[in-house]
Design a protein around this ligand. Structure first.
Ligand code: UTP
Length: 289
């Protein structure tokens, strides 16, 4: 079955970005030349996704406005003869078929995905965590779709981490089935190095079969009262095979200020208009140290 829908959970508090995120949703912070959420929506569209479900919470309406028409702004740009900007602003409203679901309580990533159940329905779907940024060609979900088509099971993105970093991620117990592809035998959420079953960490791109919804519904909250996606996936493992794909490309943890800054610099260096200038600037800055 084709993957037509994507869920973007964006209902978190973004506490690591405070005070910037006191009023502005984390997903609206700029990454190089546009908001993080726009990068993600464009990535989904270029991966062939037809419908996007953004899970939001109170105080996040800036995202909805970003992908909507703004007649007042368009009028002003028209008056000023800013044709380029006008086109760009209008394009945003045409970018994708997006709908929004409210996660009414902040009860974890698994709970946020469960909120999209009715809209996704009984079909496999993709999940994009908006603060995990990947510089990959073809886009990571496209790479993962190949694995999904071949094995016909859920696929999660994997990345090798240093021993001291296992405690920050979900870590899998792998059985390699081909180059870069693993069958997941087990998963542990944020284990210390002594308990980590491998160095393969789960990152924020998933292709999930619809059975995940029932698995999440039956998943109990963790110690912090949150329903974790990893716990739902472990439950799903008892029912069907899950695969992991060690992707080709670069990953940035843009969920924290330093990661967002690194991703911004890296993307700006590749940007057709910003690239040369930012390179010069960085070289001069470093030379003057
Ligand atoms: P994070 O914990 O990384 O993001 O959740 P956060 O909660 O926004 O940020 P911090 O930790 O307070 O700095 C991973 C993803 O899951 C979403 C977040 O929006 C983020 O995209 N999420 C998390 C929800 O949608 N709902 C939740 O209840 C929790």
């Amino acid at each position: 079955m084709e993957i037509r829908k994507a869920v973007i959970p964006a209902a978190g508090w973004g506490t690591r970005f405070l005070p910037a995120t006191k009023v502005i949703p984390k997903e609206m912070l700029p990454l190089a030349d546009k908001p993080m959420i726009q990068h993600i929506v464009e990535e989904a569209v270029s991966s062939g996704i037809e419908q996007i479900i953004i899970v939001t919470s109170s105080g996040k309406s800036a995202m909805e406005n970003h992908f909507d028409r703004s007649f007042e702004l368009e009028y002003i740009l028209e008056q000023k003869g800013e044709e380029g900007l006008l086109g760009e602003v209008r394009r945003l409203a045409e970018l994708a078929n997006i709908c929004y679901i409210r996660q009414r309580e902040h009860l974890g990533l698994g709970h946020a995905i469960l909120a999209a159940r009715e809209v996704v329905g009984d079909e496999p779907f993709a999940v994009f965590l908006p603060d995990d940024i990947f510089d990959a060609e073809p886009p990571l979900i496209k790479q993962m779709l190949e694995v999904y088509r071949h094995y016909e099971g859920s696929v999660i993105a994997l990345w090798r981490v240093a021993e001291e970093d296992t405690k920050r991620y979900g870590i899998i117990k792998p059985k390699q089935v081909e180059e870069r592809v693993y069958q997941v035998l087990d998963m542990v959420e944020k284990p210390g190095p002594a308990d980590a079953p491998s160095d393969l960490a789960i990152l924020g791109r998933y292709i999930l079969t619809p059975e995940i919804f029932e698995a999440l519904r039956r998943t109990l909250p963790d110690k912090r009262g949150e329903i974790q996606l990893t716990d739902g996936l472990v439950r799903l493992l008892g029912q069907q095979a899950i695969y992991g794909y060690e992707f080709e490309g670069v990953y940035y943890d843009a969920g924290k200020p330093l990661g967002l800054l690194k991703a911004s610099v890296a993307l700006a260096l590749k940007h057709p208009e910003m690239g040369a200038e930012i390179k010069d600037y960085l070289q001069k800055l470093i030379a003057d140290l």
